[in-house]
Design a protein around this ligand. Sequence first.
Ligand SMILES: NC(=O)c1ccc[n+]([C@@H]2O[C@H](COP(=O)([O-])OP(=O)(O)OC[C@H]3O[C@@H](n4cnc5c(N)ncnc54)[C@H](OP(=O)(O)O)[C@@H]3O)[C@@H](O)[C@H]2O)c1
Length: 244
Amino acid sequence: MRLKNIAALVTGAGSGIGEAVSSHFRREGARLLLTGRRKRLDTAQPDDLYVPGDLNDETFVEDLAKQAVESLGTVDVVVLNHGLQASSPLTEMTYADAKNVLESNLLSAFLVMKHFAPLMPRAGGSFVCVSSRLGMVGKSGEVLYSAAKGGLIMLAKGAAIEWAPRDIRVNVVAPGLTATPIIEASIQRSPDPEAYRRERENQIPLQRLATPEEVADAVLFFASSESSYVTGSVLPVDGGYTAF
Ligand SMILES: NC(=O)c1ccc[n+]([C@@H]2O[C@H](COP(=O)([O-])OP(=O)(O)OC[C@H]3O[C@@H](n4cnc5c(N)ncnc54)[C@H](OP(=O)(O)O)[C@@H]3O)[C@@H](O)[C@H]2O)c1
């Protein structure tokens, strides 16, 4: 069990990649504090602690940190998986839309890092940020999302250097298109779902979407002691999309 005696926070734990990360971590022996915006979490298990709320709200993040201390004592691993996908031409985005995308993907991650780093034990801790392939390359129609996910990568790299003296590691997993419910729903909404799926797959060297479990495998690597000398790094899990 690679996460025995480890206490971990997983954000955006209610679906897709967050659900797969929670299930991997549980299997590897971690004690879990889960969070997401929805009121109930059907996938939470009896031993998990689930606290719903909006991570864009600093008061909620402070309360979550207090709850973590009361329930878990310390937090060894934080997985910043929450995020908001947004597709819209740049000129059609309002300032409020843009602010929401930057808050939900970047500033909320800053808030969690700020309030959870002090809870990590002296022996070290690990933050794993879930960015995106679009944090590494630009894409028409997803400009603000891309900017936020690129910002998340630089937030992680800077924090990795700042916190290295405390032995806190900060790394990034950058998934490509992943077969989560939100992505599957967007494929099904297109006029010809099978043609649209093939078109998306053809843009990926491995010619298929990732599974949430494949992304969770990479998160588990950064959370465990197998990556004890790795910090400030970005691991694309994108079937070769950013290899060009
Ligand atoms: N699926 C992909 O193809 C793909 C590709 C690259 C990167 N990613 C990234 O991977 C992560 C997970 O994606 P996913 O596909 O599993 O998406 P998802 O199913 O939509 O999960 C995102 C989660 O983030 C939570 N969330 C969003 N904003 C929040 C906020 N302000 N406060 C608290 N929770 C918030 C949502 O909570 P509620 O559901 O309760 O609202 C949801 O549980 C995201 O960061 C996404 O950007 C996904």
